[in-house]
Design a protein around this ligand. Structure first.
Ligand SMILES: Nc1ncnc2c1ncn2[C@@H]1O[C@H](COP(=O)(O)OP(=O)(O)OP(=O)(O)O)[C@@H](O)[C@H]1O
Ligand SMILES: [Mg+2]
Length: 404
């Protein structure tokens, strides 16, 4: 029987898709466990990293860990619209809170006369309507209302013996204050949690997002610097990458296995970036299954072809949005020795590639263009004022483009 009909491809390249085997990340999990052990919440979580590093799926694995040791888990993806106004973020919090509190009974309704018969008293729970009721009947600003609801709910949570509630928000880089509209939803979120945590309420914020997230939090409220423990996701080590490649097919008791040369080739292409690992393995697996079905021996990995496909699927769209002059600057950056980590404006200006240009970039020009490249999501500025590529392995792609 054809293998392809027996074994489906286990690899899962795709945003938020749980990998068949989640490699590494033990240290990150340990760090999260420590946060769960806090009696008074002093440290909240920021889980950050470039696109496709595995933030969403790791956050997903934190959920059962937290629940197992007695926490409740509330959360969602933060879209841009959540962050438009203070009222929106308040609704978001109440909606997510209601999911975990709606089964908590806080009393009974008074017996009602329904028609001619006495209506039996009904249990009063902390469902969304109840939370919204508290919220609407509290005077003051959005922050006052929210604090009141969250604090009132806390008394009931504590009575149930639960440790606390994790408020987990993915894509939290979408949070922003809007001074022009006089709306400060990001500052509001930080103020409310800080104030409640000071009172000993165990609500823990777990925010996940791109590397722009933490600088944004600190810009909104300087105390955010002390309020969060940052977990920065790096690519997987070579050893963990090997596990990410091999474990899934071992699990499926697959008749093929990756030879050491194949693993080395996949490592060279992906350098441990989780999305790329899933992507390349998925392609290789398909090629092999087709060969087996056709009764051919296993071919070697078609590296060139897979890289070309990856370039057009992943990088080309981003690259095509850059202007010619932006591409020229990105090319200079791609050839900087420090590009993989971080670089400064000065390094760009002083680089040989820049100097060799007919019209070299000046410092102020580079500065200006890095701002527009940040807005386009290709570059980001870290907390120390240095820059990095915001897309993994973008430098390699650019070099391939210039070599083509
Ligand atoms: N530890 C891991 N081992 C193997 N594969 C992983 C691991 N972490 C993530 N992946 C895979 O990498 C891909 C990206 O994961 P995920 O969507 O969680 O990344 P992300 O950081 O949230 O990306 P984005 O910034 O685009 O939201 C998915 O295909 C996932 O299955
Ligand atoms: Mg994600």
């Amino acid at each position: 029987m054809a293998v392809s009909r027996k074994i489906s491809n286990p690899f899962k390249p795709g945003a938020g898709h749980m990998p068949p085997y989640l490699a590494g990340r033990e240290q990150e999990r340990d760090e999260f466990k420590k946060l769960l052990n806090q009696d008074a919440i002093l440290d909240n979580l920021v889980l950050t990293g470039l696109r496709g590093l595995g933030k969403t799926v790791l956050l997903e694995t934190f959920k059962p860990m937290a629940i197992q040791v007695g926490w409740l888990w509330a959360g969602a993806d933060l879209s841009e619209s959540t962050s438009i106004s203070e009222a929106n973020i308040a609704t978001r919090l109440l909606t997510d809170l209601a999911v975990v509190t709606s089964s908590i009974v806080i009393g009974m309704t008074p017996a009602k006369k329904a028609g001619f018969t006495e209506g039996a008293p009904q249990p009063l729970t902390l469902d969304f309507a109840a939370l919204k009721g508290f919220y609407d009947s509290t005077p003051g600003l959005v922050a006052d209302k929210l604090k009141y609801v969250l604090e009132t709910v806390w008394a009931h949570i504590e009575a149930t013996g639960k440790r606390g509630i994790i408020f987990a928000y993915d894509e939290a880089q979408n949070l922003a204050d809007h001074a022009a509209k006089d709306q400060y939803p990001l500052s509001l979120l930080l103020d409310v949690f800080q104030s409640l945590q000071r009172k000993g309420v165990r609500y823990l914020l777990a925010l996940t997002g791109l590397p722009t997230l933490f600088p944004k939090l600190v810009e909104a409220r300087t105390f955010a610097e002390r309020m969060f423990h940052i977990v920065f996701l790096n690519p997987l080590s070579e050893e963990d990458t090997t596990l990410a490649i091999r474990k899934p097919i071992q699990k499926e008791s697959c008749p093929v296995d990756f030879a050491p040369e194949s693993i080395k080739a996949i490592w060279t292409i992906t350098r441990g970036y989780p999305y790329f690992v899933q992507y390349v393995c998925r392609e290789v697996f398909d090629v092999w299954v087709q060969a087996i079905d056709a009764g051919h021996p296993l071919p070697t990995i078609p590296i060139q072809e897979i890289v070309r496909k990856l370039d057009s699927d992943f990088f080309a769209g981003r690259w095509s949005r850059a202007t010619d002059r932006q591409r020229e600057l990105l090319k200079i950056i791609a050839y900087l020795p420090s590009r993989e980590v971080e670089f400064t404006v000065q390094e760009v200006v002083e680089s040989d590639v820049n100097r060799a240009l007919g019209k070299p970039f000046s410092g102020s020009h580079v500065n200006q263009m890095l701002v527009s490249l940040s807005e386009a999501g290709l570059i980001y500025k870290n907390r120390h004022g240095k820059y990095s590529f915001a897309v993994p392995l973008l430098g390699d792609f650019i070099k391939r483009q210039s070599a083509a």
